[in-house]
Design a protein around this ligand. Structure first.
Ligand SMILES: [Zn+2]
Length: 336
């Protein structure tokens, strides 16, 4: 039986674009020894219901695999990892669990992983770890420098837990990615996530940043093609903004936006931004287009925030290629 609480928090978080965008973020809860409910791959948290969007897995099986890979110092066997996730599904014909189920399996009873805009405005900037220490004022957190989502990140999460003597870290901050909160209940995880997102926002404001959030960047709900962003005018033509269009700040930006953003009038690109704030997205499927738009909005908020107090740090090119290859693999699987 799926816990009502699980669905409730999927919805609350899914509706909050300042916490998750597109199909990003995931939630899990361990309901008895050996059984964990986790979001399925690719679905938006907002769409999780009693009937869809979650799957029950044998988390022990996944955790053993992550431990084995950590001992072998093998973080590259992505294929075997995906196969293990599928094998862990308790019900026949169950959907594929989220590719981030690996770190859910090794953490505490309840786990919430999100991509919050204010937290990522620190986490995607230079010297992020140091700034988080200032922002969170001595609060303990584990820090993971950028790792590819999936097996590599899951192994790092396990190793952070081992470093803490096997204790589940309450808060794990992920460079160029987001946050994981693990606790005894989803309520606690949710409240902690909100608290930290607020602290991050306050820290930015103290630095004199006019904080842009995804929720207040959708002025007339005209997400389709028009984005009226006054702020764009201020940064248009600046070197940092031009650089931003060629790189990715967090994994979902690379996955959803795919190619560099075009700031030119003529260039071919999946996503184009015009100086007057109009956004063009070359995608016919409206659900997909909406996801791309949400991820783009979050990216824009983050860069506009960072440009007011620091310099951005992007995902290394090699890691972007890895993300694109992972995506290709998924598409190939679906085509079969
Ligand atoms: Zn993530």
């Amino acid at each position: 039986m799926t816990s009502e609480e699980f669905i409730k928090y999927c919805r609350i978080i899914g509706k909050n674009q300042d916490l998750v965008q597109g199909g990003g973020g995931n939630i899990s809860v361990k309901i008895n020894p050996g059984k964990m409910i986790v979001k399925t791959s690719g679905i938006e948290l907002e769409k999780v219901s009693k009937k869809m969007g979650h799957v029950a897995v044998d988390y022990g099986k996944i955790a053993s695999f992550i431990k084995k890979m950590s001992r072998q110092k093998n973080t590259r066997n992505e294929k075997k990892y995906m196969a293990t996730l599928q094998e862990s599904v308790l019900k026949k014909h169950g959907k594929q669990p989220s590719m981030e189920a690996g770190f859910h399996a090794v953490l505490g009873k309840a786990v919430i992983h999100t991509h919050p805009v204010a937290i990522n405005s620190i986490g995607c900037a230079k010297n992020a770890e140091k700034m988080f220490q200032q922002a969170l004022k001595g609060k303990k957190f584990a820090w993971i420098s950028y790792k590819s989502p999936g097996l590599e990140l899951s192994v790092s999460v396990l190793e952070e837990k081992q470093k803490a003597g096997g204790k589940n870290p309450l808060v794990i901050l992920l460079e160029n990615h987001g946050i994981i909160v693990s606790s005894g209940s989803l309520k606690e995880c949710y409240e902690e996530t909100i608290k930290l997102e607020k602290k991050a926002k306050k820290f930015l404001e103290k630095k004199g940043v006019k904080v842009h959030l995804a929720s207040n960047m959708e002025p007339e709900k005209t997400w389709k093609n028009q984005l009226v962003v006054k702020e764009l005018k201020k940064v248009w033509g600046q070197k940092t903004f031009k650089n931003f269009s060629k790189h990715f700040l967090f994994p979902d930006a690379a996955v959803y936006i795919e190619t560099p953003i075009s700031l030119e009038n003529s260039a071919k690109s999946k996503v184009k931004i015009r100086e007057n704030g109009v956004v063009e997205i070359a995608e016919h499927d409206s659900a997909k287009k909406r996801k791309i738009f949400q991820v783009l909005l979050a990216s824009l908020c983050i860069i506009l925030n960072i440009m007011q107090f620091s310099k951005p740090k992007y995902i290394p090119e090699k890691k972007v290629l890895e993300l694109h290859n992972m995506e290709l693999e998924k598409i190939r699987k679906k085509a079969k």
